[in-house]
Design a protein around this ligand. Sequence first.
Ligand code: PLP
Length: 262
Amino acid sequence: MSAYNVVSIAGSDPSGGAGIQADLKSFSAHGVFGMSVVTALTAQSTRGVTGVHGVPASFVTDQMDTLFQDATVHAVKVGMLSTAEVTEAVAAAIDRYRLPNVVVDPVMVAKSGDRLLESSAMEALRRDLLPRADLITPNLPEAADLLGEDEATDLATMYSQAERLLKLGPRRVLLKGGHLPGEECVDLLVDGASDPLELRADRVPTRNTHGTGCTLSSSIAALLPQRPDMAAAVTDAKTWLTRALLHAEEIDAGGGQGPVHH
Ligand code: PLP
């Protein structure tokens, strides 16, 4: 039996590589008990997203109220939110239930290019959700969108963007540098107080990277209650994800961009 309950508030990916399905697999892999609140259904395969059917914000709230009035939750991963109304509903529930260890993956556009957050929801994400996050995990395009700046093309700009993201209110920022070219992927963890932490990993040559962002953020949420601090949880989650990427070719989930291996 697991001592910890961890909830994913996110969208469904029927192909199992991203979203709620990926999160629940990460939770199991890290030995916590996974729960989920569905914000949207997608019609999706390894080739891309063909449709999105959002859950009304009032029913996302019903799911959260029913769950959180009953279960003690030790960490939360927030992924695809789809609309401003759902974003506001999740922010309100974080306050109402004083949810701990909130990891927000600011999902906007899938690797296939399909939008997972309406552009009109960006303001709600910035205003209502980011200040309630213990950690946000943007990649470089998401960071640029959140800041209204060009995408970083070097490590120095990543450092300054990570600092500016902190000013949007989250307690910590993990800025993921995988979109920069090079043999190494460098992610930055900043909290505004201690020295920034650079997490370096050799780039894994695979096209099966569908759901890497979901999988990393849910791994961090799963590890937070089990590690002494954020740096330890992020470091261990990144090591685990790199190993999963090394095994990604073992899965054949379709003809497009496959999932990382769990
Ligand atoms: N589908 C859902 C439901 C997601 O939450 C996400 C990512 O967060 C994706 C798809 C996109 O995954 P990727 O961009 O890794 O292909």
